[in-house]
Design a protein around this ligand. Sequence first.
Ligand code: BMX
Length: 303
Amino acid sequence: MKKALSIDIGGTKICYAIIDENGEYLTAPQKVSTPKSAEEIFSLLSSLASEYDEQIDAVAMATAGAVNRDNTRVVSSTPNLPSGYNALDFSKISSKKVFVENDANAAAWAEYKLGAAKGCDYSIVVTLGTGIGSGVINNGALIRGKSGAAVECGSMKIFADKRQKCTCGRYDCWEAYASGTGLRRCVQSMALSEPEFSTSMFKDKNIEDLTTYDVIDGVRADDAFCKKVFAQWLEYLYVGVVNLVDIFDPQCIVLSGGMGEFIDVEQLENRVNAEIVVQPVKIRLAKMKNNAGMIGAALLALK
Ligand code: BMX
């Protein structure tokens, strides 16, 4: 049975584990904070690869950022990753095969092979985290595009009149509204505009300190203001999902990320199906939660 050291690299944390070609964990996933510079990330990855060198056949990486067609490096990324990251040649971290894939593409592969999209040769995974990631399976294969970078749908524009700047420096990317970070922006701006904030459980908190977690806690506690914020965030999510379904005509869309459990998936599915021009779609929550990227990267690396 072949094994990979699989590493998921995000802007805030790096997770890793040894995973076999069936997607089973051979070691418990471990988590470390993402170092602040590209050089430190590279040396951390190199030392992990040498630590596990004798136990593995390959190093698999799921990373934020658009990955090249050779699956060796990132070709473009938002400032959620440190400057210099795109220049790193990951094939140099180990003498073993190193396979790099975009985190959401890897998650899409894992959900297709083992999770919520199993059996759906036409499926999409949307990851709702710091940014919005997406991976599209078309006829049983990932859509890669001419440079490997296809379907960075967090960068899809949802307004044309420059309402909100995105972390990438452009305006009105979908992820500026419907990511986890988007929910934080939403709560902070609605705290200024919505009368319900004055009776909210968070009314005494500094507006700039309101977080995504506050909204989630408020929704759990039935707080009217937080429910209104979450409903607005869901509208942003809905708009993007409709666009994706009309473009790719998938059998199912899988939503992944911590906010998933608060989404009324059935209601979202009904609304989306009432709007689209293609045939009806199923909307599901991810089965593998935050580990899908690591598992998908390992499956792809050992394929
Ligand atoms: C951004 C982009 C994608 C990534 C997605 C989810 C960067 C650094 N990231 O749209 O490549 O798939 O975020 O990333 O360019 P996460 O950080 O939310 O996991």
